[in-house]
Design a binder for this molecule. Structure first.
Ligand SMILES: C[S@@+](CC[C@H](N)C(=O)[O-])C[C@H]1O[C@@H](n2cnc3c(N)ncnc32)[C@H](O)[C@@H]1O
Length: 210
């Protein structure tokens, strides 16, 4: 795919001011599924990759430790302002490329990717980083648009994908193929919207090979 990380960063820097207006409410029912899919217990460590403007953060429980990372400084600036407004300043935010997470192995109990994995040029590499930083037996949760099982819709999603990617996300990611390629078994898969264009997926991080 011709689009690189620098291009994605530029696109989301541009979106930052009006992101909440366009993608706030429309994706919110999915974000609201995150706490139960993550099954968070007190004291757990959660990483949100592609945290954006931090729309998921106020929904998450307060008795865990949360770190958010994003490529776009302008999206993070909006997130930081949200943390200030909502009194959530114990949440840590870092500018980081999820393709090369500057975080130690096995350091999180849960990793959340909300409306994120279809925005990255190298989803397999990013998921391998998510697996690396998550402890074995921890949960990886994805909220995302995935290619539709209906062959006609899926066909159009595939051919239109390069076009959509110019505006920030691809439409051709096949959830089953992607997870298989990443060595992940899908534990639960739920529709977010009635037609199933958007899905909530939970995988358990497998034991790591020595
Ligand atoms: C569609 S937004 C989703 C934001 C947020 N999770 C939400 O629910 O609204 C995708 C975010 O992923 C970030 N992103 C894209 N590629 C990235 C990468 N390689 N590393 C870190 N963040 C990335 C973008 O900057 C953007 O903020």
């Amino acid at each position: 795919m011709a689009v690189g990380v620098e291009y994605v960063e530029k696109v989301y820097n541009r979106y930052s001011k009006f992101y909440d207006l366009i993608f706030g409410k429309v994706f919110h029912s999915g974000r609201e599924m995150a706490p139960y899919l993550l099954d968070l217990r007190p004291g757990m460590q959660l990483l949100e990759v592609g945290v954006g403007t931090g729309l998921s953060l106020p929904i998450l429980p307060r008795n865990i430790r949360i770190t958010g990372i994003d490529l776009s400084q302008k999206m993070l600036d909006q997130a930081q302002q949200r943390l200030k407004d909502e009194g959530l300043e114990d949440i840590e935010l870092f500018k980081m490329d999820a393709t090369h997470l500057e975080l130690p192995d096995n350091s999180y109990d849960r990793v959340l990717a909300a409306y994120f994995i279809s925005t990255v040029p190298e989803p397999v590499k990013v998921i391998s980083e998510m697996k690396r930083v998550c402890r074995p037996g921890g949960y990886l949760v994805f909220l995302n648009h995935f290619r539709n099982e209906n062959p006609v819709i899926g066909f159009f999603e595939k051919i239109l994908s390069p076009l959509f990617y110019r505006v920030g996300f691809r439409t051709d990611l096949d959830v089953y193929r992607l997870m298989e390629e990443c060595g992940l078994e899908i534990e639960t898969l739920e529709r977010i919207d009635f037609l199933g264009h958007w899905k909530a997926v939970r995988c358990i991080n497998p034991l790591k090979e020595e």
